[in-house]
Ligand binder design. Structure first.
Ligand SMILES: [Zn+2]
Length: 433
């Protein structure tokens, strides 16, 4: 997304409007209690969790949007320099609590930013998200898609979370006398823990800050901070190490479980998945079966393919559904970054118009050349129904995606208002007190 107009999960450059997909740390880097650039639009759940993540933040700047509703706001167009009305619809991203995609509609056409997302084809939640997305799109297709490409490689094939959750239950059940540690982050995988609790009729231990988050999310009876009440304990992911488990096993038999799209061994080697550690490349050569079922990587450790990101096939299904004209991945910092065009470019309108095989291009060349192609293609063709102004706006938008982030926005343009059904989002009850 062009930061000069709309910044999504980017907090270091000046923009006209700011949107937050979810509260994971890699999407809030740069946010601090000293934030003064303007209101931040996010889901109601994210707004509810925000104070606990950012104590001291000016909460009058947090504006909650309802999932599935469409809001209007006015910004200064980058293509015409005129005030233009834009629309945004938050859609459930089925990732961690509060995570949403944003569908924008404006002079650049329809731009969809998935943020981190899991696109499982079955289940009521996924069906509802699909319904809302298709309803918001109407008869249109997506002009530009920013897609979660975390696992955009055929090696990454893992089952639905429901299946993986049962795999965790089965492991725990096979160790009735053991303590169980499950590695989690500060947000996410709540459904897994609730599934375990219900299946085994047990409470789950969490650390005090995590219990506060659970209560904010409405989980009042499942979790506890009393160790004596629970043999299953959810612990910070970084604390689940071989050293920790070996030390614990000198006191009491203990098994560790790491739910992740990455095998535990690779995760441990890459506590930051966006790092430049060459061992990360190992994942690209793993057998599919190794990623589809639980693996015992150490006598005390299991890895279970429970992921809150879409696997390769799910990314493909999503792209087929929204049929973008062009797209890029939101994960760009990893050294093994895979441009989604490499595997799914043939599903894009731009490819079909150009008749090229992007797969034959080298990685670096691929990025540069397709960026060039997307600009040229938009100006040349797209379809005959696209108006000249929309072409220019989309070309400007695409151009902005690759340009250096130079702010052209004056300070007096801060404080964008966003409206739905005649109500201003700043007037909506965010649930924040
Ligand atoms: Zn995330």
């Amino acid at each position: 997304m062009d930061d000069r107009l709309i910044a999504i999960d980017r907090w270091t450059s000046e923009s006209q409007a700011y949107f937050l997909t979810h509260l994971h740390a890699d999407h809030t880097r740069g946010l601090s209690p000293g934030w003064r650039r303007g209101p931040i639009f996010c889901s109601r759940v994210s707004a509810t969790l925000f104070p606990s993540k950012f104590p001291g933040f000016d909460l009058s700047l947090i504006k909650a949007l309802e999932i599935g509703r469409t809001y209007s706001f006015t910004l200064k167009s980058l293509s015409s320099d005129q005030s233009v009305q834009y629309r945004v619809t938050p859609i459930d991203a089925c990732h961690c609590p509060g995570a949403v995609m944003f569908l924008f509609n404006g002079d650049f056409g329809k731009v969809l930013y998935t943020g981190d997302f899991r696109w499982e084809t079955k289940g009521n939640r996924a069906q509802m998200a699909k319904y809302m997305l298709l309803r918001a799109l109407g008869k249109d297709k997506v002009d530009f898609l920013h897609v979660d490409n975390t696992f955009c490689h055929p090696s990454f094939s893992f089952p639905p979370r429901e299946v993986a959750a049962q795999q965790v239950v089965d492991i725990i059940s096979s160790y009735p006398k053991h303590d169980i540690l499950i590695g989690i982050d500060t947000l996410g995988k709540e459904d897994l823990l609730v599934h375990i609790s219900h299946a085994l009729n047990t409470k789950i231990w969490v650390w005090p800050e995590r219990l506060q988050t659970m209560h904010l999310l409405g989980f009042d009876d499942v979790f506890t901070t009393k160790t004596c009440l629970a043999r299953v304990r959810a612990v910070p992911r970084y604390s689940l190490t071989i050293d920790t488990l070996e030390a614990l096993n000198t006191v009491k038999p203990t098994i560790g479980i790491m739910p992740s799209g990455l095998p535990w061994s690779v995760t441990m080697f890459n506590s930051n998945k966006h790092s430049r550690d060459p061992s990360f490349a190992v994942t690209l050569h793993l057998d599919k079966d190794q990623l589809n079922s639980p693996q015992r990587f150490h006598r005390y450790v299991y890895s279970v393919p429970y992921s809150e990101h879409s696997c390769f096939n799910e990314i493909g299904e999503f792209i087929r559904l929204v049929q973008p004209f062009d797209m890029s991945g939101i994960v760009t910092s990893s050294f093994c970054y895979i441009n989604p065009r490499h595997h799914f470019g043939h599903l894009c309108g731009a490819y079909q118009l150009l008749g090229h095989s992007w797969d034959n291009l080298e990685k670096h060349e691929l990025f540069e050349k397709t960026e060039f192609m997307q600009i040229g293609s938009v100006s040349r063709c797209r379809d005959s129904k696209m108006g000249r102004n929309k072409k220019r706006a989309l070309r400007n938008y695409c151009s902005g995606v690759r340009r250096s982030r130079v702010s052209l926005v004056r300070r007096e343009r801060r404080g964008v208002k966003i409206i739905e059904d005649g109500f201003c989002a700043s007037d909506l009850n965010t649930g924040i007190t």
